[in-house]
Design a protein around this ligand. Structure first.
Ligand code: HEC
Ligand code: HEC
Ligand code: HEC
Ligand code: HEC
Length: 151
């Protein structure tokens, strides 16, 4: 199907950035996912790159969500936010409404990903010049942002 005046079709999900998730995912009683993410290395991944590296596709492909997604699907996501929510959970433009998010099934139909080890290994692999190995169980604990109310 063609959509005149738009390069993005109805079934293409766009990247909205972590601040949009923060609106609903920063309540301490529910695990404050935004704050946890902000304080771990993924949110600071762009800070590890110096000078020209910040624009080098070979580095930002893993150090920023912007670096590994289709540029025409980038809506309000910024490069500076580093490895953002949507690198792991998929583009949020269509699953972000509360009425969709309340249902796991509906959210997944609108692009939500519940990531497994495979998602991590897209970046945590030997192509990385600083690769330190990757143990999923250990690494997932280091970035844990569970919601105590849904466990
Ligand atoms: C308008 C509010 C709202 C926004 C915006 C929002 N969410 Fe949610 N999200 C929810 C609600 C409500 C749930 C259900 C669990 C709960 O009550 O916290 C949920 C659940 C989730 C889950 C768990 C799904 C499951 O079935 O285990 C993930 C992952 C998630 N959201 C990620 C995101 C990400 C990433 C963004 C931003 C791209 C985002 N959400 C934006 C309200 C929102
Ligand atoms: C395949 C993905 C990938 C690519 C490509 C990549 N990095 Fe990284 N980088 C990582 C990961 C993952 C880490 C975290 C280290 C770990 O746990 O393995 C990291 C860590 C770093 C660190 C921190 C060093 C440390 O000891 O923790 C620096 C600095 C860095 N990268 C710079 C770069 C530069 C510069 C480039 C481009 C030349 C680049 N990276 C390309 C994935 C990547
Ligand atoms: C889009 C690429 C990307 C994905 C996907 C990704 N990471 Fe990372 N991760 C990085 C980069 C880049 C760093 C290094 C950030 C820095 O220090 O500059 C990193 C760092 C980390 C660190 C900190 C390691 C340290 O040495 O302190 C942990 C823990 C981690 N990641 C866990 C995970 C887990 C678990 C997953 C999957 C659920 C995952 N990552 C998915 C790119 C990614
Ligand atoms: C590096 C990958 C990665 C990033 C970045 C990331 N998450 Fe997650 N998220 C995961 C994984 C993996 C799980 C499931 C953990 C588990 O096995 O319990 C998860 C679970 C969740 C859940 C469900 C919690 C529960 O217990 O029901 C929510 C909500 C969520 N993430 C929101 C976010 C938001 C919002 C952001 C950004 C502010 C974000 N995540 C960033 C990998 C990530």
């Amino acid at each position: 199907m063609m959509f005149i005046g738009s390069s993005v079709s109805a079934q293409e999900f766009e990247y909205i950035g972590a601040k949009k998730c923060k609106i609903c995912h920063n309540k301490p009683a529910k695990g404050a996912q935004y704050k946890v993410w902000l304080n771990n290395k993924h949110a600071k991944a762009m800070e590890s790159l110096k000078g020209a590296e910040k624009n080098d596709p070979k580095c930002i492909k893993c150090h920023s969500t912007v670096g590994h997604v289709d540029a025409k699907l980038v809506l309000t996501l910024t490069k500076e936010e580093g490895v953002s929510c949507e690198s792991c959970h998929g583009p949020g433009s269509k699953y972000k409404p509360n009425s969709i998010m309340k249902s796991r099934e509906k959210s997944m139909a609108k692009g939500l990903i519940l990531p497994t080890e495979k998602v991590c290994k897209k970046c945590h692999n030997e192509e990385s010049p600083h690769y330190k190995g990757f143990n999923y169980e250990e690494y997932v604990k280091m970035i844990a942002h569970d919601n105590p109310l849904t466990k």
